[in-house]
Design a protein around this ligand. Sequence first.
Ligand SMILES: Cc1cc2nc3c(=O)[nH]c(=O)nc-3n(C[C@H](O)[C@H](O)[C@H](O)COP(=O)(O)OP(=O)(O)OC[C@H]3O[C@@H](n4cnc5c(N)ncnc54)[C@H](O)[C@@H]3O)c2cc1C
Length: 408
Amino acid sequence: MDFSLSKAAQGRIAMARMAAESLMRPISRQYDEEEHTDPWDFFNTMWEASKANAEATSLGGKKSGDKKVSENTLLACMQIEELAWGDAGLYLSIPNPGLGGAAVQAVGTPEQKQRFLGSFYKGKPKWGAMAITEPHFGSDSKQVATTAVREGDEWVLNGTKIFCTAGHRALNESDGFVVVWATLDRSKGRAAIKSFIVPAGTPGVTVTRLEDKMGIRASDTVTITLDNARIPADNILGTAEIVEKGSTGSFGGVMATFDSTRPIVAASGIGVARAALEVLTQVLAEQGIAIRYEAGPSEQTVLEREVMNMEAQLQAARLLTWKACNMMDRGQRNSREASMAKAKAGTVVTRVTQKCVELAGALGYSRKMMLEKWMRDAKITDIYEGTQQINQLIIARSILGYSSGELN
Ligand SMILES: Cc1cc2nc3c(=O)[nH]c(=O)nc-3n(C[C@H](O)[C@H](O)[C@H](O)COP(=O)(O)OP(=O)(O)OC[C@H]3O[C@@H](n4cnc5c(N)ncnc54)[C@H](O)[C@@H]3O)c2cc1C
């Protein structure tokens, strides 16, 4: 599998690295401590950078024989590893179409892509978001109780969504949008669950709570209530028919969004783990401890073995993530690999950041260093976009050939 990228793409990864180093790291601690404040200088700078990035992405690709092949997903993951290395919460705060945009990209019509994404990078900074989770469920998404009822040429949405990333910025700080999952008929289960694009400014849509969190505190996470919120009929993603498995309008079609977003979450975890491992090796070097890669197994110290093991685990997670991206760029179905990447990266970033705090001792626990922060930022990799356990279930079903009804 070829993970090489075009020169243009490599340049854009270098830009992401520069932004991480010069814009994110210097304000990382401040916005961890000042949750719910908006770093507007950072937003404005990143908005301009994101515009340029989006233009370059639409022109991009690399030559393979006579054909130009997409490298967009792999490039996005490599950029995100850099940005999350800078700060995972600030990376999630960069104005962009976000998970909502990924849903439009995965299942939207050409007209919807043009309407919501084609002109996204015009005007002031904007955000997109996706709202699935509700007060009575997270993992079990067939429990969606928010309703969508067709009235004339509109859909009327009612319900409550919780823990929506970037929801406040999408709805209150910009003219962005939130993709909301709702059911057309609860008695029909998964088949009746559809997603709807709810633009900012829609009457009846209110952000009612800002979450206080353990990690990724620069990112906004909110509760949204929908009270007779009316949106145009053509804001539904996929068909309004309650269809069987396999079609783009089906629940499986909506779930296809995760094929592109899970590798992205994995990449952000890898960025955090890499940051922690780099700082740990600096701390060790300052104490005169170098890792002797040439030492045989019987000569290695416990410390050396721990560091080498963490490096190997990190690289394993990265390679799985790149594989999932490469498959997507080639137009291959990658649901299993996307879940594998996310499950592996979730475990790796959680263990690596904890181990780095442990091996750095009191320094690791102190707020003078960033290690404790990265340990807090790490755990989300295992929670959103399908928890560790849910992704393991998806992998098991896919390998064993079971349906979600047979293995849950
Ligand atoms: C910071 C943050 C940002 C978020 N952003 C978004 C967002 O933008 N949009 C959105 O819609 N949601 C978002 N979420 C919600 C997130 O997706 C859910 O928290 C997640 O899906 C888990 O749901 P839950 O919290 O209800 O846990 P539960 O589903 O109740 O799970 C609790 C535990 O049980 C385990 N479990 C559940 N079912 C099974 C099973 N069948 N087999 C084995 N174990 C199982 C889980 O793995 C977990 O360990 C966010 C959450 C956080 C914390």
